[in-house]
Write a protein that binds this ligand. Structure first.
Ligand code: TYD
Length: 208
């Protein structure tokens, strides 16, 4: 494999992405691949600062457009500083959320519109597209319940059930139209979910 790969994980809050990314990283490292694991919003010192602004519950007056632009700004830094160079060096980048999150959370959830979100993000992406997106599906109520048990909810998680329902349905609708988005049922035990992910990732690597 000369050039690397970008694999992104998506799903509602509490779908178990973090655990599954950890397991996928270990699996691919054992196979001898160089892995860069990162997350959005965040993943670089600048992007993590932007993350703190976005998720801060005190920022009640943040406009939806400001939120969308901050996600794109955080992404621009991550793409430029980490993702693009790593792929050039032949590494596999695994990213916890990417532009699809902006499309569904800001485009559909906040109702800014998908086209506007794509437009905002075009400059941030520098032409980069994920090679594979794994979407963990879990009813949004179940996901939020899991989150609530783990920690205090952040500003996005606190956006109400209606918002999360729109986000979840948005994910499902968009996934239908893209071959590169693979759905994985996350309402199963950790090992079963991991096995489904490994099967999809192995087939991507084999066909590369
Ligand atoms: P995440 O890091 O997955 O949350 P946590 O670590 O608490 O599980 O994402 C933070 C929140 O940001 C999450 O509610 C989804 C939201 N988000 C967007 O609304 N748009 C985006 O573009 C991204 C990347 C995340």
């Amino acid at each position: 494999m000369k050039k690397g790969l970008l694999i992104t994980l998506e799903g509602p809050d509490g779908s178990g992405k973090t655990t599954q990314i950890q397991l996928l990283e270990e699996y691919l490292k054992q196979k001898g691949f160089e892995i860069i694991k990162t997350r959005e919003p965040g993943g670089t010192p600048i992007s993590e600062k932007i993350r703190n602004i976005i998720l801060d519950n005190r920022n009640t007056e943040m406009s939806d457009m400001c939120e969308a632009l901050l996600y794109a700004a955080s992404r621009a830094q991550l793409v430029n500083e980490i993702i693009k160079p790593s792929i050039e060096e032949g590494k596999i980048v695994i990213c916890d959320r990417f532009v699809l999150s902006s499309i569904v959370y800001q485009g559909i959830g906040r109702e800014l519109g998908i086209e506007k979100i794509k437009y905002i993000n075009q400059a941030a992406l520098e032409g980069l597209e994920p090679d594979l997106t794994i979407m963990l599906t879990i009813p949004y109520e179940e996901g939020l319940k899991r989150k609530y048990k783990q920690k205090t909810l952040d500003r996005l998680e606190n956006s109400g059930n209606k918002f999360h329902e729109k986000v979840f349905n948005g994910y499902l609708d968009i996934s239908k139209n893209y071959d590169k988005i693979k759905l994985v049922n996350a309402n199963k035990n950790v090992k079963e979910v991991h096995n489904q992910i490994v099967e999809i990732v192995d087939s991507l690597i084999k066909n590369k």
